[in-house]
Design a binder for this molecule. Structure first.
Ligand SMILES: [Fe+2]
Ligand SMILES: [Fe+2]
Length: 162
């Protein structure tokens, strides 16, 4: 079983992952409203990945003999000034989640819960990837500024995400 502290923290992480999915789904809606269909597609893939992250914590909690207690979700935002603002918000949100994963790892180590530690390794690596992919898009959008032709090209490229 997970200790009470770890259970609470893992259970809370389900909420953080689902709120990430919810935030990115709000971005899908906003990109669609602005006719950036490629960016909407990219964010939809991202949102689905966050649901998968939540499921991993959900499964691990049950695997350890504890019972998940789902919580209500908050809408973190649903409107941005530009694609750059939206991707910057996504990058900052990933940094927040990385902080949460690091806190979980610190706790697992303190509690000498080796199974939790091994489980969390995947998330430590995943966060490196998630920060990297969002930051790259932020940097790209910064470079092109208000060149609408290049923005359309980027939108087309992001629409190819698998
Ligand atoms: Fe995640
Ligand atoms: Fe993420």
């Amino acid at each position: 079983m997970l200790s009470k502290k770890l259970f609470t923290a893992f259970n809370d992480q389900i909420k953080h992952e689902l709120e990430s999915a919810y935030l990115y789904a709000a971005m899908v809606a906003w990109f669609k409203s602005e006719n950036f269909d490629g960016m909407a597609h990219w964010m939809e893939v991202q949102s689905n990945e966050e649901v998968e992250h939540a499921k991993k914590f959900f499964e691990h909690i049950f695997d350890r003999g504890n019972v998940v207690q789902l919580q209500s979700l908050n809408i973190l935002a649903n409107k941005w000034d530009s694609p750059l603002a939206a991707f910057t918000a996504a990058y900052e949100h990933e940094q927040f989640v990385t902080g949460k994963i690091n806190e979980l790892m610190t706790l697992a180590k303190a509690e000498k819960d080796y199974a939790a530690e091994v489980f969390l390794h995947w998330f430590v690596e995943e966060q490196v990837e998630e920060e990297d992919s969002t930051l790259k898009i932020v940097e790209l959008l910064k470079k092109i500024g208000s060149h609408s032709h290049q923005l359309i090209m980027i939108d087309r490229d992001l629409g190819k995400r698998e």
